[in-house]
Design a protein. Structure first.
Length: 136
């Protein structure tokens, strides 16, 4: 189904519908659900050329796609790039990074991020706590 979502997204212009953040986020989310991080990241990167501003949903969907694909370094790079896009990470962003650190065997980094979540104004969730503890 992810391919169908991308086909629909790609055909919007031909149907005289301008892609927007919602349709782009839906396409990135479809890539996430289809395990296609290799497609999600270029789609996220193409948003500015489409005159669409990425938002926290865009970044989180791309990060989740990378996390599901075992690409923990890409998750962390995405988290680090969010301030450059003037996007504040939220608890979903942090949880994706915590999970990525855990899968990458980076328990010290996971615990440091867990502690830093308050500075990022992200209230840790049960999933945050579980990932932080699970990283040890």
């Amino acid at each position: 189904r992810w391919q169908l979502a991308l086909d629909l997204f790609g055909s919007m212009d031909g149907l005289h519908f301008a892609p927007d953040a919602i349709s782009c986020n839906a396409a990135i989310s479809a890539c996430e659900k289809g395990g296609r991080w290799q497609v999600a990241l270029p789609l996220l990167a193409s948003m500015p050329s489409l005159r669409i501003s990425p938002d926290v949903v865009s970044c989180n969907a791309a990060m989740s796609a990378c996390e599901c694909g075992g690409q923990w370094r890409l998750v962390l790079a995405s988290l680090a790039s969010m301030p450059e896009l003037d996007i504040a990470p939220d608890v979903i962003s942090c949880n994706a990074a915590l999970s990525a650190y855990t899968k990458g065997g980076r328990w010290r980094h996971a615990l440091a991020l867990f502690v830093a979540m308050r500075d990022l104004r992200c209230a840790p969730s049960a999933a945050s706590c579980s990932d932080a503890v699970g990283s040890c």
